[in-house]
Design a protein around this ligand. Structure first.
Ligand code: AHR
Length: 506
């Protein structure tokens, strides 16, 4: 039997709630239809935001939302998205499906959405095709509380008070769609742009995120840090608070973006291959983290994994530029594994944003007209929300074994544990096996007999199980009863292909 030893004698890093963050781009039906339907829609909405979606996201405890892209961010000109809607500029969304973008969702709508969600705000500025002035005026428009051209414009457009922007990304994927830059060039541009991400008097400091690497481009990480990590600043990390990392799990062909494989129809071999590719996140976070340690041993800069998740072929018959894909138990396991990895690296990983929130890539929800369904990934985020703001506990799995064969071999179980301010111990586990259930003995190093299970949930199903508009609750989190506590021992039997959360209370 596998044994999970949890050291509850000392707490480690705090698990930043933003690790459970999300990403919304002007792409396909993410913003329009998914989040925003407009005030005049028949779909129930509050100030244009879908009520069903906002309610479900609040219930899932969404902590932060990144917007407006993605590749779209480096072509976005924020002034096109303010003022009377009928006067807003229309443009072609060249990156995503060549459709008309009418800019009816802009700055005011984004901050209204985040207000309704009660989440932090992450705005990604345009470095690739914008100007320093444009970006600096955007920050002024959003945050300045006084008399200034941009603050006055905001007021003219109906918003007297400034908003709070928690994070600003200075460019997106500037090694690719954000300008095809070399690290040295981007790094110089970053230094210049970030200067004008002003913190106006009385405002909370904005956290600045520098564009980090694509997957395993370690040269980019090093190159950018060499120029942008400033040891001479009073705050050694004065130029940046975070470095982004983007990594997508492509199920079938790693190097062919035209063929990634179906979201719902795949073999067991592809299932394990996908999980193995998802598990690559462990290596990426470790290796990029090691480079960051050389510059920033005190871990003041966060690694912000602000795009991650499974990227499959689109659903048959849908616009290839809209990236609309289904989400199965395979997605749930990749989500559960990744979140466990982020928790375990929470001394360095300070934010992660799964791509994307709704109707695009590995979404937590899908919509069809007025209907909305939650995906298995939604339930993983909901179950794992118990870790938000808790302190990591070190944990070690013994005798758990592996699944998958050859190059697809990976650990059978991935886990993480935390302790909240309330003293409750939170444990989340994935059983990556399609073959067998797994018994795990959970051992606390301190006072094991005095803890009892106070809440336990399970998400399980066949590897391709998913929800549809006809069967919306085919896969959902349920009460978990597969455990037995006696004295100091807690034995958990995890069903095959499952995600389990357990909470222990004194
Ligand atoms: O999430 C879809 C796209 O993937 C984003 O726009 C881009 O940043 C990444 O390449």
């Amino acid at each position: 039997m596998a044994k999970l030893v949890i050291n509850n004698e000392s707490k480690k890093s705090v698990i930043n709630p933003e690790i459970y963050g999300h990403f919304s781009e002007h792409l396909g039906r993410c913003i329009y239809e998914g989040l925003y339907v407009g005030e005049n829609s028949d779909i129930p909405n509050v100030n244009g935001m879908r009520k069903d979606v906002v309610d479900a996201l609040k219930e899932m405890k969404i902590p932060v939302l990144r917007w407006p892209g993605g590749c779209f961010a480096d072509e976005y000109h924020w002034m096109d998205g303010i003022g009377p809607k009928e006067k807003r500029k229309k443009m072609i969304n060249t990156h995503w499906g060549g459709v008309v973008e009418d800019n009816s969702f802009g700055t005011h709508e984004f901050f209204e959405l985040c207000r309704q969600l009660g989440c932090k705000t992450y705005v990604n500025a345009n470095l690739g095709s914008g100007t320093v002035r444009e970006m600096s005026e955007w920050i002024e428009y959003i945050t300045f509380n006084g008399v200034s051209p941009m603050a006055d414009l905001r007021k003219e457009n109906g918003h007297e008070e400034p908003w709070v922007v928690d994070y600003v990304g200075v460019g997106n994927e500037n090694w690719g769609c954000g300008g095809n830059m070399r690290p040295s060039h981007y790094a110089d541009e970053y230094r210049r742009y970030q200067t004008y991400v002003r913190n106006y008097a009385g405002n909370q400091p904005i956290k600045k995120i520098c564009c980090g690497p694509n997957v395993d481009d370690y040269a980019w990480t090093r190159g950018v840090l060499e120029t942008c990590f400033d040891h001479t600043e009073p705050r050694a990390h004065g130029l940046m608070d975070g470095l982004s990392l983007h990594y997508y799990t492509l199920p079938e062909t790693e190097d062919d973006w035209n063929y990634k494989g179906s979201a719902t129809k795949f073999t067991e071999e592809v299932f394990y291959q996908t999980l193995k590719r998802g598990y690559f996140m462990e290596e990426l976070v470790t290796k990029h983290g090691n480079i960051m340690n050389e510059f920033d041993p005190d871990k003041k800069i966060g690694l912000m994994v602000d795009e991650w998740g499974i990227w499959t072929d689109v659903e048959p018959g849908t616009n290839p530029g809209f990236l609309y894909q289904q989400s199965t138990m395979r997605d749930a396991l990749v989500a559960g594994m990744s979140l466990n990895i982020f928790n375990k690296h929470s001394d360095r990983v300070k934010m992660a944003n799964i791509a994307q929130l709704i109707n695009v890539l590995q979404s937590v929800m899908l919509t069809d007209g007025s209907n909305m369904i939650k995906t298995p990934t939604y339930y993983v985020f909901s179950m794992y929300s118990i870790h938000q703001g808790a302190s990591l506990l070190s944990s070690e799995l013994l005798n758990a074994g592996t699944v998958g064969k050859g190059k697809n071999e990976l650990p059978k179980i991935l886990e993480s544990a935390s302790e909240g301010e309330d003293g409750i111990i939170n444990i989340t586990l994935t059983n990556n096996s399609l073959e067998s259930s797994e018994d795990v003995e959970i051992v606390l190093t301190k006072d094991p007999a005095s803890y009892d299970v106070c809440e336990a949930k399970v998400l399980k199903g066949a590897m391709d199980a998913h929800n549809t508009f006809e069967a919306p609750e085919n896969v959902k989190a349920e009460k978990f009863e597969g455990f037995a506590k006696s004295g100091e021992s807690l034995k958990v039997t995890m069903p095959k292909c499952s995600v389990v959360s357990i909470r222990l209370k004194k």
